[in-house]
Structure formats: C-alpha cells, structure tokens
Design a protein around this ligand. Structure first.
Ligand code: SER
Length: 335
C-alpha cells in the first residue's frame, strides 16, 4: 500500500501546481537529482530548472532537465540565472555535509552560508520563495535527544550544524524583515538508491545497502547502538513539495520544521537487512569524528508541529524502505 499511496499522490495535480517555476540549485546531489523528476511531475517539465557547479554532472543532468552550470557563490552569475527564468521558488541545496565539513570548516562555512546568502538576497530582489534544508545536525549535545522538541536548545558542535542554525536564523530574518517566503525542514538522514550522499554522518544507512546487494560485508563507522532519525527519499520529496504548497496562514514556524519518518541504530538496520539477505555480514570500525557527531544529534525528533501546521505525514517505515532499497539496487548494480 505504500507504493499505491505514493503513486496516488503523484497523480493529484491541482491547478496551483502548474503555475510555478522551480529552480533547484546544487541539483546534482543526493536530494537534487531526485527532486528534479518529482518537481517535473508536479509542475511540468518546462517549469523545473537545475543549476549545478560540476560540468560533468551538468552534462548528465541535461538529459533530463534544463541545466545551468552555476557556481552559487558567484552572485552575478546566479543573478543572471534568476533573471533568465524568474523562478517562483529556489531550492537551495548547496551544502558541504557534516563529516566533510570537519575536515575544512572554513570552506564549509564559506560554501554553505555563501550560497544561502546569495539565494536569500536574490529572492528579496526578484520576489521568490526560498527552501533551504536544515538538518538534525542543527542540534547539539545539550539538546534533549529523545523526542527532541520543535523549539529547543540549539548549540551544535559541528561547523555543519553552526551553518544550519545560522541559516535557519537568517532565513527567518529575511521573512520577518523583508517578507521573503522562506520555508525549511530539518531533514534526518536520507536514504535513497539514486545518487549517493557524500560526506555525511548518516551515509552508513545508504552504504550498507550497496554492500548487501553486492554480496560484500560492510564495515560500519557508527557505533552499533547509536540512534538517529532517518527518512526514505520519497517522503523527503513529499516534504519539499508539501511545505512550499502549504497555506502560509497556517505556518506558525518557518525555518525550520522537525520532520522524521523512522529512528534506528546500525544494529537494527543490519538485522532488517539480514532478514532479507541472510549471508550479509557487518563489522564495526568506529570513526571517532562521526561517532562524536552522531552522539550529539537527536535519537528521535518530535515532528508534531509539521504534522499540525502543514500536514506532514510520512508513509515509509524501515521494512518497506529496506524492501524497496534492495529491489532497486539489485536492478541498478546487478544488471
Ligand atoms: N545527512 C546529513 C549528514 O550526515 C545530516 O543532515 O551530514
């Protein structure tokens, strides 16, 4: 029934969906590559534009969508893309993730905040909305980690988290000071079989499936009992379109909403996969940087505000996700 629900959702196309142009910046990453077809389905192929830095990735994307090769830190080049397409919404997906960020914090700040500031400034000037994902990484070790409330202590210990909290504040500031329609969710680890995530602490929950399907054993960098929130990609895509279509008069929060779909630790995910791939083996070689990051993040968040204010309602649980991941990766890797 998960799949039925998902396809039914995709088939509903109220008129409002047809009248918007969506610019996805940082479109070649894990979320962007799947947000492109999702948005094309809702708004029409000609209403989705992808912007991406890496020329080879641009070339690949251009088979499916109109692409601009863009460095989002170049304000002038970014402005010319905005003037050309006059989007209604910018999805600013440019980000150096948590584990990579710790290797070069200055670059992480420069990239993560620079792209956001340019997006917000252009949105102010050319009157469009901005969706920028925040993350479980916005929380820190003194945040309540069980049932993490929507509004709580946010003192993250990573540069990635510092950027996310700063980004939430800056986005709220642009809303209250300049009236820019900024909206955001705090994504958990996102699991998908399309483009791999790169440099995140939650990446293990994707990599483990690749190993299982290839018949390899997996060496897990996260401690066996470390819980983090997770979500399957179709739910994450629903969050993106659901929030930008939400009635603004119902939004008490904007930047950013807690959302989650499941919470598990490596040992539990391993058991779920092993029930489907009985020979699958996993060992641990804990990465101290990732361990410290995972320890400082919530075990599970309370997403009641997102449910109340814009109808957030995920459909994929760990078993349905695992079945779908294995099925799709078999097709992708073993053909
Ligand atoms: N998946 C991200 C990371 O691990 C969290 O938002 O960095």
């Amino acid at each position: 029934w998960y799949c039925t629900a998902w396809h039914q959702n995709k088939d509903i196309k109220p008129d409002i969906y047809m009248s918007k142009t969506i610019l996805i910046v940082g479109a070649g990453g894990q979320i962007g590559t799947e947000l492109i077809p999702h948005m094309q389905q809702l708004y029409g192929e000609d209403h989705v534009i992808a912007a991406e830095l890496r020329p080879q990735v641009c070339e690949k994307l251009s088979e499916k969508v109109r692409v601009e090769c863009l460095n989002a830190l170049d304000a002038r080049a970014y402005a010319s893309v905005i003037k050309k397409y006059r989007p209604d919404w910018i999805f600013n997906l440019v980000a150096v993730l948590s584990a990579t960020g710790e290797k070069d914090p200055q670059t992480a700040w420069h990239v993560n905040m620079g792209a956001l500031l340019n997006s917000l400034e252009l949105a102010r000037e050319y009157k469009c909305g901005v969706f920028t994902p925040s993350s479980i990484g916005a929380f820190g070790s003194n945040t309540p980690s069980n049932g993490t409330p929507q509004d709580t202590v946010m003192r993250p210990n990573t540069i990635y988290g510092v950027c996310k909290v700063s980004g939430e504040l800056l986005s709220d500031y642009y809303y209250s000071r300049f009236g820019v329609d900024t909206r955001s969710v705090r994504f958990p680890g996102i699991i998908s079989h399309g483009t791999l995530p790169g440099g995140g602490t939650t990446d293990y929950a994707v990599e483990i499936f690749y190993a299982a399907v290839k018949g390899e054993s997996y060496t897990c960098p996260i401690p066996h009992n470390s819980y983090m929130d997770m979500m399957y990609m179709p739910d994450a895509l629903q969050a993106c379109s659901g929030l930008i279509e939400a009635d603004p008069s119902r939004l008490k929060h904007r930047n950013s909403f807690n959302i989650t779909a499941m919470s598990f630790c490596p040992r539990e995910l391993y058991e779920v996969i092993r029930r489907r791939v009985p020979d699958f083996k996993m060992t641990y070689r804990v990465d101290p940087v990732k361990q410290a990051i995972a320890d400082s993040w919530p075990d599970y968040m309370d997403d009641a505000c997102a449910r109340e204010e814009w109808g957030w309602n995920p459909v994929w649980d760990i078993d349905a996700m695992a079945d779908d991941m294995l099925r799709n990766l078999k097709v992708k890797l073993l053909k």
